[in-house]
Design a protein around this ligand. Structure first.
Ligand code: ADP
Ligand code: ZN
Ligand code: ZN
Length: 748
């Protein structure tokens, strides 16, 4: 008898075992999905392994049938799931739920795509010349035809049938539909809709690779050398040093070896510009994957990747790590320091950078971490000799790094040089930039209009009913909104506590900056990039491409504007308030501030070398600000390391944050006390807490936290097992099953 050990899409701690009925023997393989019953419910489960042994002492039911005829999940994926569940203290079912698109099906709808080719009547060079002649007065149509010829010439260098070559229309989508229509009417081109063979995608390499500068070539050579000795190498290059171009060369090298490359970015907004850049070089050999895609699209990409001839370059946010790669050769983790790589909720609470390193080790391939501002942990690993490093200290083409000016808001206020949110020097600089027809980026780390409103008479501040936070005012929708649970209510303008009509907005977010800057510069065209303006899948693309095309003058945004973006007409970057970054109560707040300020500064003067960054702050002497101004990562790192060591924070300790949550504050306190009594004597000085987090109530549940800090001599798996067992015992107490216990390993 054979048995299948299956993973259910539930938070059950282990795999479950089902027997394989006679007629299915030999048809069930690991990585396939099967139907099973648990309780009275039917589930699609994934077979983790098949064996002839079954656990004793249970009644074993047969599985009901197979979903797939071949494995949908490969062994490396299964390995990653298992590792993730163990390391991040969740169930493998939770990992599976995150890893597989919902509607994953094993069927192949033929994929249709529109192609463009020259009209069959154009069958000689002469006729082509004639066609070009005919278009000399229709500039847009001419541009389209020239682009088509450009692609054909490069793509078909050694192919003689180039007049009949078919080109995916989406490579030409920057041309207007009218241009396509007109050229088709004139019988110069033909549009055909046809099935794309997933087995044999046409590969277009129609633009020349950028040639690297001498400095970049040296860096690339150094990377090669480092990879001989290390599996993970950090490319530490200042902003606009041309890291992306170096990645492109490494990607091309993998493609020549017929290997795939996974290119991870921390933020969906970043995929937009990157895709344009990669498609120009690698054509339709590039796939994108992230959580904003519909489930259907994700299923399609997932299935595509399983096939021979799958795309070779996969660009994505963290969830792209879960795709079924066939022949992965390299993983690039761009902006490796970024907190966006960590999934904070729901489980698995994984860091995609760290998980990528585990996956790569399993596959015996290399990982390239790139950033201008390495995470403290990463740089520490470099110093400890675990990772290799290559540095790029100049911008591409020797463009100068921006000049950073710190504006002391307290002093300026005294001199009456603050006008609302803007200091006079910043206003002047914006005015000058606009006069030169340059673009400006303004950064503020908060969305909405104002983080809270307050009654001027009695001091009352509206709070969320379900969470212990003040409600943020969104002027656009005239709503008060909770940024923790999404609850909204109208702003009535009357204080609920004393009925006065004098309710004032306090503090400021991106919406308010937008409003104020418009008052200063009524003619300026503004765009805002934050969570509120990017709810739909294509909104990022629209906002960013409008800005890139010069249709907007000033881009106002939250951290979304800080990273990776490459605009050539931005010379001025303004940071409205560095203080709320620096004052955030967290051991990483200085690291975060350094990274954020350096990254957003890096958007300025990328081509011209005339970049200027203005940082408004009440603490101009703060050492973090000083390090940012001096572009001094090493001294910043040393300074951080001293603090981390003194207080036993990562990289000197490993941290597990444990949160207890319950709607009944009394029950929560009891549970916390029991845990402390039980775990205290075992974990000793490793257990910190309980403490009440700044936001101590979310969605009607009270929260109490502990920290478990282990040192390098501890056996981490043992600690985790102890914790998980303790959680099980707590939840098993009568009446405590509703207790929500969350463990967050390596919290960000
Ligand atoms: P980083 O990723 O280090 O911030 P980028 O790769 O975005 O820097 O490069 C900054 C700018 O310089 C981009 O506009 C890029 O196109 C340009 N650039 C960098 N290297 C080259 C190169 N070798 N040839 C042409 N342009 C380059
Ligand atoms: Zn009041
Ligand atoms: Zn709330």
């Amino acid at each position: 008898m054979e048995y299948a050990h299956v993973i259910l899409p539930l938070a059950v701690p282990h795999t479950l075992t089902y027997s394989i009925p006679e007629h299915l023997s030999d048809k069930v393989l690991s990585g396939m999905r099967v139907f099973v019953e648990l309780g009275r419910k039917r589930y699609k489960a994934v077979v983790q392994s098949v064996s002839e042994r079954a656990p004793a002492g249970f009644e074993i039911k047969p599985l009901l049938g197979v979903v797939d005829e071949e494995p949908m999940i490969n062994s490396a994926q299964l390995m990653l799931w298992k590792w993730m569940a163990n390391y991040y203290m969740c169930t493998i079912g939770e990992v599976m739920t995150a890893a597989l698109p919902n509607g994953l099906r094993n069927e192949y709808k033929p994929r249709l795509e529109t192609f463009v080719r020259l009209h069959p009547t154009i069958d000689t060079e002469e006729k082509l010349q004639e066609a070009l002649q005919r278009l000399t007065r229709a500039k847009k149509q001419e541009a389209l035809l020239i682009d088509i010829l450009d692609i054909i010439t490069v793509a078909s260098a050694e192919n003689h049938s180039w007049l009949t070559m078919e080109i995916p229309k989406r490579l030409l989508n920057h041309h207007s539909p009218a241009a396509f229509g007109a050229c088709a009417d004139k019988q110069i081109i033909e549009l055909i809709r046809q099935e794309v063979s997933r087995l044999n995608p046409s590969v277009f390499t129609y633009k020349q690779m950028p040639s690297l500068s001498l400095v970049q070539k040296k860096a690339r050579y150094a990377l090669k050398e480092e990879f001989k000795r290390r599996n993970v190498v950090l490319l530490h290059g200042v902003t606009a040093s041309g890291k992306t171009e170096i990645y492109i060369h490494l990607i091309a090298e993998q493609l020549r070896r017929d290997r795939q490359v996974l290119y991870l970015v921390p933020e969906i907004a970043l995929t937009t510009q990157l895709i344009d850049r990669l498609e120009q070089i690698f054509g339709n050999n590039v796939a994108v994957y992230h959580s904003r895609y519909s489930d259907e699209e994700r299923v399609e990409i997932y299935n595509n990747l399983r096939m021979p001839g799958a795309p070779s370059i996969i660009v994505g946010a963290r969830s792209a790590l879960f795709l079924p790669f066939r022949k992965l050769g390299l993983i690039i983790v761009d902006e490796e320091h970024d907190a966006g790589y960590k999934q904070s909720s729901p489980a698995p609470r994984y860091n995609a950078r760290d998980a990528a390193i585990v996956l790569a080790a399993h596959l015996s391939i290399k990982v390239l971490l790139g950033t201008a501002t390495p995470a403290i942990e990463t740089y520490y690993n470099v110093q400890a000799g675990k990772y290799g490093i290559v540095q790029l200290e100049q911008r591409y083409y020797d463009v100068k790094l921006p000049r950073i000016e710190v504006l002391d808001t307290i002093r300026l206020r005294k001199k009456k040089q603050m006008h609302g949110l803007f200091s006079q020097p910043l206003i002047t600089a914006i005015g000058e930039a606009l006069a030169k027809e340059e673009q400006v980026i303004l950064f503020q780390n908060r969305r909405g209009f104002s983080p809270f409103v307050q009654c001027a008479v009695c001091g009352y501040i509206p709070q969320c009913r379900q969470c212990s936070v003040s409600l943020t005012y969104h002027k656009h929708s005239n709503l008060l909104m909770c940024h923790y649970c999404g609850h909204t209510e109208p702003l009535t303008g009357v204080c609920p506590s004393c009925s006065s009509a004098n309710v004032q907005t306090k503090g400021f977010g991106t919406e308010k900056i937008e409003e104020e800057i418009q008052l200063h510069f009524p003619a300026a065209r503004l765009a805002r990039l934050d969570l509120d303006t990017t709810r739909t899948k294509n909104s990022y693309k629209r906002i960013l491409s409008d800005f890139e095309a010069g249709k907007k003058d000033i881009l106002i945004g939250t951290q979304m504007v800080t990273k990776g973006l490459d605009f050539s007409k931005v010379n001025l970057v303004g940071i409205l308030n560095a203080d709320n970054l620096l004052n955030f109560p967290d051991f990483r707040s200085h690291e975060r501030s350094f990274q954020l300020l350096t990254q957003v500064s890096g958007r300025a003067g990328r081509k011209s070398g005339e970049g200027l960054v203005m940082i408004q702050t009440a603490q101009p002497g703060n050492p973090v600000i000083q390090s940012v101004c001096g572009y001094d990562y090493p001294s910043f790192f040393e300074q951080q390391l001293i603090e981390r060591k003194e207080f036993a924070f990562p990289p000197y300790a490993r941290l597990i944050a444990v949160y207890f949550k319950h709607s009944n504050a009394g029950l929560l306190k009891q549970a916390v006390d029991v845990f402390k009594t039980e775990a205290g004597p075992v974990l000793c000085e490793r257990l910190f807490g309980p403490f009440v987090p700044a936001v101590y109530r979310v969605q009607s549940k009270y929260i109490t936290a502990f920290w478990v800090r282990t040192n390098r001599h501890d056996n981490l798996p043992d600690v985790k097992t102890f914790l998980l067992d303790a959680f099980v015992r707590l939840r098993a107490r009568p009446g405590w099953s509703g207790l929500d216990i969350v463990a967050d390993v390596d919290p960000q």
